[in-house]
Design a protein around this ligand. Sequence first.
Ligand code: SAH
Length: 329
Amino acid sequence: MRASNGEYYGAGDPFGVEGDFITAPEISQMFGELIGMWLTDLYLRQNSPGNCHYVELGPGRGTLAADALRAMSKFEFAPPVHFVETSEALRAQQLQNVPLATFHERVESLPTDGPLLVVANEFFDALPIRQLILTHAGWRERVVVRDRGTKFAAMPGSYPMDGSVPAAFQNSPVGSIFESSPDAAAIMYELSNRIATQGGAILVIDYGYTQPGLGSTLQAVKAHDYADPFLDPGTCDLTAHVNFFELANLARMRNLVVAGPTTQGVFLSALGIGQRALALAEASPDRREDIFTARDRLIKTGEMGTLFKVLAAHAPDWPAPEGFGGPLA
Ligand code: SAH
């Protein structure tokens, strides 16, 4: 999965109607703007600490950052910008939208001299997962093999992995799959450590689950449709649902305060997407219908509103963030 997605994102821009999938910031400027306001609100209520850094993980085209930074600049909040991005092709595109961005291969090289305000939209789902499957002989890792030398396929490996499965899942039916993302956990742990000592907050938006469970969530997406993850690796987007339960617990282990997870619909509605849409529609009456359609796509149940979850974690001496627990518009 790591190799496949490295190849896939390295090849260039997969976003938009012409591409393979559309993300929230590409649907409407409102998404990035509201996140920019969310960050500004935290910053102002923390009495505008010096040396704050805007950090984004996997920024795609850089659209979210450009919209967020524009909204933040209205409040004279213009922190240095750090992008954690492995794709050279996407780095080039991000620079077009955010010319002053500094790039990082990994979170470890992020600055240590001030609070980090971290945004991750549809980032964690792109990280490689590990799956364990319960066979008649016990839990085994699901490994990828060549099926008769042609197609790739998944099959149980030969080493016992029982020790890596939580006690609650040990006695499951044969064929059960336990999924985890060691990369996601390592990144969340490192960032939580940094935020605990440097100050700041992290905002994670993605599709995922909020309670631990069993089952495979591996998916391949190509041209806005599901594809076979084992066919043509590197040519489609491989994703897995994000384990918000674990991300929240990792943040708590480093003494961060967690807000959520809530749904994207609740979050954006509480931040005022309804009012923002009305203001934009008033300014551009000819785009009125498009603006309201975009708003609905982002917040409605059955669209992105409930599938996508939002989790925030902040340093214990930072204020509680807005957007959690508000009513659905
Ligand atoms: N946040 C963007 C793009 C989401 S797609 C949006 O909402 O539109 C996933 C992004 O993560 C891409 O920019 C991809 O190149 C990047 N990415 C994937 N794996 C990564 C890794 N291990 N480290 C850093 N960036 C990664």
